[in-house]
Design a protein around this ligand. Structure first.
Ligand code: F6R
Length: 261
């Protein structure tokens, strides 16, 4: 794992977008793992701008999102399909047929989870997985105590997650679906490269736990310490609790990949 600290949230999001753009230019048919949530909105904003101004093309990319709510249709404003169409897919040249999210309305949810894993495998696995982290340490919707070897499956959401995500449901926690389909921690660890974006003071404590604390299913983001190639990109506000902060800055300044950014 490496940790990169940028001055603010927008600089951190821009760096994530640049990593994605560089990978797409290297491999136009990249299999990209996507996340939703507030943190990702500025990453998608930068990618849209790069598409418009720098001819970044997504025409051959395939995307798989981490998660989707169970029991709301794709056209519901709170669904992650709606989020992805709004913030990214409708503004770039991707073929919508190549964008995959779990179907939370599937009559047989277990079969849907199984097919999702198979679909990822058939396309050669995820080349680059984009991740955020929840205040309870979740990646995807892998809430505390999720098995660190879990695969795509149904999951009950914690109260803290329902609260954090209520904005798209009239700020009414009662309206937020209580269950979701999520890629598992094991599925995420299978990605060839992972980039986690963590910004803002409210994430400072969980960022330190996930990166410097013990690997534990109570903080599923900590499993990324086992990932063969994971980069955490953060901002000064979220980095304040990191004990190794000066060490991370030193590595960043001496790592050839980042000298060209
Ligand atoms: C959503 C997802 C979640 C979010 C996390 C942070 O697809 O995978 O793990 O990344 O809940 O969300 P925000 O950015 O809204 O704090």
């Amino acid at each position: 794992m490496e940790i990169i600290i940028q001055p603010d949230g927008d600089a951190a999001a821009l760096m994530v977008a640049r990593v994605i753009a560089r990978e797409i230019r290297r491999k136009p048919d990249l299999v990209l793992g996507l996340a939703t949530g507030r943190t990702m909105e500025s990453v998608y904003g930068h990618l849209v701008r790069m598409h418009q101004e720098k001819a970044l093309s997504f025409a051959s990319c395939r995307t798989f999102n981490l998660d989707e709510y169970i029991g709301i249709p794709a056209n519901h404003p709170g669904s992650y399909r709606h989020y992805m169409n709004l913030h990214l897919f409708s503004k770039i040249d991707i073929n919508l047929k190549n964008t995959y999210l779990p179907n939370g309305m599937a009559p047989d949810l277990a079969a849907e989870c199984h097919h999702y894993e198979e679909a990822i495998k058939e396309r050669g696995g995820i080349d680059l997985q984009l991740l955020g982290i929840g205040h309870d340490g979740h990646i995807g919707f892998n809430e505390p105590l999720s098995s660190l070897r879990s695969r795509t499956r149904e999951k009950a959401l914690t109260l803290s997650t329902l609260q954090a995500n209520s904005a798209m449901f009239d700020n009414n926690i009662e309206k937020v679906p209580r269950r979701a389909i999520t890629m598992g921690v094991g599925s995420i660890l299978d990605s060839k490269r992972a980039i986690m974006l963590v910004t803002g003071a409210s994430k400072a404590s969980i960022l330190a736990k996930a990166t410097e604390g013990p690997i534990t299913s109570m903080v599923t983001g900590s499993a990324l310490q086992l990932h063969p190639r994971c980069t955490v990109i953060t901002d000064e506000a979220a980095a304040i609790n990191l004990e190794g902060i000066e060490y991370y800055r030193w590595i960043f300044a001496n790592e050839p990949e980042w000298q060209t950014f």
